[in-house]
Design a protein around this ligand. Sequence first.
Ligand SMILES: NC(=O)c1ccc[n+]([C@@H]2O[C@H](COP(=O)([O-])OP(=O)(O)OC[C@H]3O[C@@H](n4cnc5c(N)ncnc54)[C@H](O)[C@@H]3O)[C@@H](O)[C@H]2O)c1
Length: 300
Amino acid sequence: MKVVVTGGAGFIGSHLVKALLERGDEVHAVDNLAGGKRADRLHKGAVYHDTDIRDTGALDTIFSGAQLVFHTAALPRVQYSIEHPEETNDVNIGGTLRVLIAARDAGVKRVIYSGSSSAYGDQEVMPLSEDMPARPKSPYGLQKHVGELYCRVFSEVYGLQTVSLRFFNVYGPAADPNGAYALVVSKFIKQALEGKPLTITGDGEQTRDFTHVSDVVRANLLAAESPLVGKGEVLNIGAGRPVSINTLAQLIGGKTVHIEARLEPRHTAADITRAQTLLGWKPEISIETGIAELKTLAKL
Ligand SMILES: NC(=O)c1ccc[n+]([C@@H]2O[C@H](COP(=O)([O-])OP(=O)(O)OC[C@H]3O[C@@H](n4cnc5c(N)ncnc54)[C@H](O)[C@@H]3O)[C@@H](O)[C@H]2O)c1
């Protein structure tokens, strides 16, 4: 089966490309390499299109004959979106709209959209369930939420099957350890490798629901097949077990230093009942196992 992964040269997209190749699909990756080009994220056997998702004409050709589109491409950093609201809006909302139009026009069976827990913003009640109103606190969170709304509207108005998966703090091999906005797990691993103290923002008691990338990939594959979704449903994809940044630092090991707190939600925890019910999915990799794997890979 022909399938397309937008953002296929990115962290999550590249793991998805690998899994799809392994099950024998004809895999096309659409990526303009805005997130950089890394050899460890390119897989032999996939067709790579160095293309911007906003290029509708090019998408029409690439999507022709495809059954599934996994839409992971985005400019996915909260801080970057605060500094560049227009550019990120253009890619994260405008790009998503163009992907949906091209999928509709090409007769794609289903679009699986990479949503984000950042749509929730700060909520009073934990765990976060999909029925709560979205209260994004950044342009990025807002943009990712609008993408979900567009997916639902395309299902309702045009009959295109869509499903949105809200990922919670994804980590794993090939995540990006560089840059000011690197996600905390890969940043800590890099600091530990360099013999530097792990920089914990604020008191470190803030919690996150760290989710292993292989669990995220499995959720995508199940969402592509499940007969119970396809009408724009939104599903949390999280480990369902919040862990503090201090605990994460202990698992990685080494010295720590506390730096200034950031504007960020205090706690994030996913209620994963809906994904369990509609996809038959549950996370399999604990944070202890995932971190141990990363430490082995990094020779820490
Ligand atoms: N990593 C996480 O913890 C996390 C959490 C929640 C949601 N998500 C979502 O998952 C998706 C993938 O995230 P990731 O961590 O793999 O990010 P990533 O930056 O590693 O991958 C995104 C890819 O999209 C590509 N891209 C950006 N703009 C593009 C454009 N205009 N045209 C074509 N390609 C473009 C980039 O080059 C990059 O390869 C994103 O939609 C993100 O919002 C990620």
